[in-house]
Design a protein around this ligand. Structure first.
Ligand code: ZN
Length: 379
């Protein structure tokens, strides 16, 4: 019980931390920057040999992270079984995040949010890929040589694209995908059956496998923010976007959703495509209809808090939502879930969680089902 053999490691899928120093059971740590980039905020490491010992973990470079506002009222996630992730006492001051934990097990894992590993990604793709009526394609390779996976579900005329985790540290985005995919392939769910008849879903559950495995916050293996590449992706910088956009051009799009997490805002919300050159009132009406429908369906989504809206003609067309809305005349949106919690409906033990992300995924499909008939029929 002396804690002499306490150690910290991050040599695993999506691991990220450096140990700078140690004083008894207090550790000075630093989050590692994304490769060839200045972004950092994602951390994920294992603490071993500290059962019953009060340990202090100081993230000493937190103040210089990508979103320092993200640390205010933030609590770190910890798990002894890597299934159940609980929030632990965390405070932020003088640019340092300090986590206090007395592990109840020999090993405990700590992370910015419950991780979604590439192994779990492969399990998800394999499990959904063998469901009746699902086609699994490989769109191409990432810079690290990983596969970029596409799932196609349903055979209806409306063309729906769902894609997640352009920013790999936003692991809640792939938890959302797991919830959406389980719902959409549920043979006993009448809404899912109706969706599969009326629409064809093209789904990329993980847009950024390399950043995910490397433990990045925001970029791919070349340090590129994929959500600033949609005006002109290249195989050298952003093959992930290059391959997905090529397939989108082949299928066309009526409805698109890009799934993310937001470091600072403690609510789920969506951002639209106001300010695109080709904006139409009907596009805007359908976007607001979806947003309001989702807010009516679940208290884990709201319309009051979110990002400021771009002015006329001011949309950034390097971002996927703006690019797709402008390019296809479709309804497109960026869904943001909190890293912290839904402050309007807090969960003291878990904060925002994988389970809530999954349920929101299913609710988003329910809202889409409500408005699907109003999406314009393709020419
Ligand atoms: Zn993001």
């Amino acid at each position: 019980m002396t804690g002499q053999n306490i150690s910290i490691s991050s040599g695993f899928d999506s691991g990220n931390i450096t140990v700078l120093g140690r004083n008894g059971s207090s550790f000075d740590l630093a989050i590692v920057k994304d490769h060839q980039s200045d972004f950092y905020q994602w951390f994920h490491f294992r603490l071993t040999g500290a059962k019953g010992v009060p340990v202090t973990l100081r993230l000493t470079n937190a103040g210089g992270a990508a979103y320092p506002d993200g640390w205010r009222d933030y609590r770190a996630c910890a798990s002894a079984d890597r299934q159940d992730w609980r929030r632990v006492p965390t405070r932020y001051g003088d640019g340092v995040v300090t986590i206090s934990i007395t592990p109840e097990a020999d090993s405990v894992w700590l992370a910015y949010f419950a991780p979604y590993s590439m192994e779990r990604h492969h399990d998800l793709i394999a499990r959904i890929g063998k469901c009746p009526g699902v086609v699994h394609d490989r769109l191409g390779a990432t810079l690290d040589g990983q596969d970029l996976d596409l799932l196609t579900i349903g055979d209806g005329p409306k063309r729906v694209w769902l894609y997640a985790r352009q920013h790999p540290g936003e692991s809640m985005a792939e938890w959302w995908m797991e919830g959406a995919l389980d719902m959409l392939t549920d043979g006993h769910d009448p809404v899912a059956r109706s969706l599969r008849q009326r629409a064809t879903f093209h789904i990329v559950a993980n847009m950024n496998p390399d950043g995910s495995r490397r433990g990045h916050l925001r970029t791919n293996a070349a340090g590129v923010n994929l959500n600033r590449e949609w005006h002109g992706p290249t195989l050298e910088r952003s093959p992930e976007v290059f391959h997905v956009l090529n397939r989108m051009d082949a299928t066309g799009i009526d409805f698109a959703m890009d799934v993310h997490g937001d470091e600072a805002i403690p609510q789920a919300f969506i951002a639209g495509f106001e300010g695109i050159p080709n904006w139409t009132e009907e596009q805007g009406r359908l976007y607001h209809l979806f947003r309001d429908t989702l807010a009516r369906r679940t208290p884990d989504f709201q319309t009051k808090h979110g990002y400021p809206v771009a002015g006329k003609g001011k949309a950034n067309l390097s971002m996927s939502t703006n690019q797709l809305a402008n390019r296809f005349g479709c309804v497109a949106m960026t869904l943001e879930m909190p890293f912290k919690d839904n402050a309007d409906l807090p969960d003291e033990a878990h904060g925002w969680s994988p389970e809530r992300s999954m349920r929101l995924g299913a609710e988003c499909l329910g809202a889409l089902h409500e408005i699907l008939d109003q999406l314009p029929a393709k020419a």
